[in-house]
Write a protein that binds this ligand. Sequence first.
Ligand SMILES: Nc1nc2c(ncn2[C@@H]2O[C@H](COP(=O)(O)OP(=O)(O)OP(=O)(O)O)[C@@H](O)[C@H]2O)c(=O)[nH]1
Ligand SMILES: [Mg+2]
Length: 244
Amino acid sequence: MTSKVEMISVVIPTLNEAGNILEAIKTIHEDLAYPKEIIVVDGNSTDGTKEIVQELGYCKLIVEPRRGYGLALKIGMKNAKGNIIIMVDGDGTYEVRHINRMIAKMIKDDADMVLATRMYDPKKAMGIMNFVGNKVITFFFDFVYSQFLSDTQSGFRAISHEAINSVELNEGDMAFATEMLIKFAKEGYSMIEVPTTYKARKYGKPKLRRFKSGIEIFSTIFKGSLDADTIRKREAAWKKTRAK
Ligand SMILES: Nc1nc2c(ncn2[C@@H]2O[C@H](COP(=O)(O)OP(=O)(O)OP(=O)(O)O)[C@@H](O)[C@H]2O)c(=O)[nH]1
Ligand SMILES: [Mg+2]
C-alpha cells in the first residue's frame, strides 16, 4: 500500500549509455514534481556515461563493475531512501515524463506497484521479436499467477519501497524484473498498469541477449509456480472463473 509520497528514488541502471543518459536524467530532474533523488548504477561504462552523470552534480553515482541488470537495480534499491522507488532504463526508450502519472495512479489506487505498459502505444516502436517474446511470457505469467498484466517485461515501474524490501530477489540479470512480479503476486501485493509510449534506442547497443534471457525468464516463472501455495491459489482462481 502506498498512500502518500514522502520521497521518490529513481534508480537507473546504465552500461554504455553516454548518448542517452543526459536527456533522461535532465527530464526527470526538471519534470518530476515530487521530492526526489536520482541514483545511477553504472556497470563501469567505458563510453563516458559515468563522467556525464558525475558532472551533473545532483545524481548519486554508484559504480558496480559486476555484470547484470538485476544486480545493478538491486544495489540501487538498497541505497534508495525514498518510500517509492522508480526503476527505469537509462537508454532513453521510456517516456520518463510519465513518472508523474504513475505516481498519481499509485497513490489514488493505493497500489504496491505501477507498471508502465507499452502495449497501448499506437507507434508500436517495440521490435517484433521483443513484442512476441513479451506477449508469450506475459500470457504464461498471468495464467500461472492469476494476474492481468499486459507488459511484464516493462522495465519502467513505480514500486513501494516497503513492499520490495519484504521480498527476496535473487535473479542477477534480466529475469530480475519477472522474479519481482512473481514475488509480489505471491505476497498478494497489488500490481496495476498505466499506458506509456516507447521509443526505439537511438544510441548504443541493447544488452539484452534474447535467447539467454528468455530461458532464464521462463525457468523463473516455472520455478516460482512449483510450490503448493501457488498451485492452490491457481486452482481457486480457476474455479472462481469457471463458476462465473
Ligand atoms: N549497471 C548495469 N546496467 C546494465 C547492465 N545491463 C544492462 N544495463 C542497463 O539496463 C538498462 C536495460 O538494458 P537494455 O540494453 O536497454 O535492454 P533492453 O531494454 O531489453 O534493450 P533495448 O531494446 O535496446 O532498449 C539499460 O539502461 C542498460 O544500460 C549491466 O550489466 N550493468
Ligand atoms: Mg532498454
